[in-house]
Design a protein around this ligand. Structure first.
Ligand SMILES: *Cc1c(COP(=O)(O)O)cnc(C)c1O
Length: 390
């Protein structure tokens, strides 16, 4: 993607850069939401979201960031009489546990070493003998760059009649996630990641067999009451004023995904991930996650280089914004997001900038103020060959 001179480039794990087509949709005068025009749009967008969520069930759009959809899942499915298992392993897995705690839902947390993906056998052990009726999991753990094996976890929950709720906020539009075919009851997503639009729109999908799961619970609901959303949707309405411009933007980004082809979109993200990992490896970085997500690449810097110094130099000297680590990974890793409309040229740009940073930050390098050692371009070349091979 291209931005004008002086504008920073975002390689953050959300929000991501907004494609020009989507920016144009955002600049359209928003139609009133109680009009035939908008009703038709909402129905079309919901239909396209059902395709992306890979469900023949229902999808509800909510005005919220991704966490709002997570909260809606908890409030609409759970009660103090139920019991849940939250699979942790990062900041967002922990968020499930924090939400269950806040809503007073009895739960256990399955701890996973940060950077690892949960072992399905550990999930199986946690379910054995315990009265757990709902498992909360994260598909792509954005804080560590780890991808979790949702298909295997779903096999376990389905065979036991346990419900599975998946945070797919950085995996929809990045990795395959076959909600109905895998047997995932509920999937939540947010707009500012793989969906390539600004923050503020979230989605919750219910598999066809999970439709009645929201009918009665013991928790209070009002704004995020999915029963209200269900009553309004057939006529193209929402219970409350929807974020109209974001819905227009989503229609455009979903059209981009459809035009490229979803499996091509998935493949492109695999290539982006491989390209960045290869480029970083030539510079002495290590990939942090054992099973890397294609949405975000978490890297530990080479010895003698601080993660925070790389993040800062990329921003100040190159106008490139990436993220550092969060919580216990602060100062340990750096994270570059590449979800959405990124391509090889973007990774080559990032690789070249990383190469310059490593030269400049390596002990014994030229003193501050003098020109940094000229980069050889090896990292960008490594990115290109990994992209071509992937
Ligand atoms: C971004 C993100 C969220 C939601 O964060 P918001 O700030 O509420 O949008 C949840 N889970 C994952 C895995 C995320 O990457």
């Amino acid at each position: 993607m291209n931005r004008g001179p002086g504008q920073t480039r975002l390689f953050t794990p959300g929000p991501v850069e907004i494609p020009a087509r989507v920016l144009r949709a955002l600049s359209r005068p928003p139609p009133h939401h109680r009009t035939e025009e908008f009703r038709a749009t909402l129905l079309r967008v919901t239909e396209a979201m059902r395709e992306l969520h890979a469900t023949r069930g229902e999808v509800f759009l909510l005005p919220a960031s991704g966490t709002g959809a997570m909260e809606a899942a908890v409030a609409n499915l759970m009660s103090p009489a139920r019991s849940a298992l939250a699979i942790a392993g990062g900041k967002f897995g922990d968020r499930w546990a924090a939400l269950l705690e806040a809503w007073g839902v009895p739960h256990r947390t399955l701890e996973v070493e940060w950077g690892r993906s949960v072992d399905p056998a550990a999930v199986e052990r946690a379910l054995e003998g315990a009265a757990i009726d709902t498992v909360f999991a994260t598909h792509s753990e954005t804080s560590t760059g780890a991808l979790h094996d949702i298909e295997s976890i779903a096999r376990l929950t389905r065979s036991r009649g346990v419900r599975l709720v998946v945070d797919a906020i950085t995996s929809l539009g990045v990795h395959p996630l076959a909600q109905d075919d895998w047997g995932v009851d509920v999937v939540v997503c947010g707009s500012q990641k793989g969906l390539m639009i600004p923050p503020g729109l979230a989605s919750v999908s219910l598999a066809p067999w999970a439709a009645s799961e929201i009918d009665e619970t013991g928790l209070p609901r009002f704004y995020f009451d999915l029963r209200k959303a269900r009553r309004s949707l057939p006529s193209g309405e929402t219970a409350f004023t929807p974020p109209v411009s974001l819905v227009l933007a989503l229609e455009e980004s979903l059209a981009m995904i459809r035009e490229e082809g979803l499996s091509n979109v998935h493949h492109r993200h695999a290539r982006l991930s491989a390209a960045l990992q290869a480029a970083a490896a030539t510079l002495g970085f290590e990939t942090f996650a054992a099973h890397p997500s294609h949405a975000v690449t978490a890297l530990t810097p080479p010895p003698g280089i601080e993660a925070g110094a790389v993040v800062k130099r990329l921003r100040v000297s190159h106008g490139i914004v990436i993220a550092g680590g969060q919580d216990r990974l602060k100062g340990v890793i750096l994270r570059a997001g590449h979800m959405g409309a990124y391509d090889l040229a973007d990774i080559e740009l990032l690789a070249g900038a990383l190469e310059e940073c490593v030269h400049a930050l390596t002990a014994g390098a030229a003193p501050a103020g003098s020109d940094a050692a000229p980069a050889s371009g090896g990292a960008a070349r490594a990115a290109r060959s990994a992209w071509e091979a992937a």
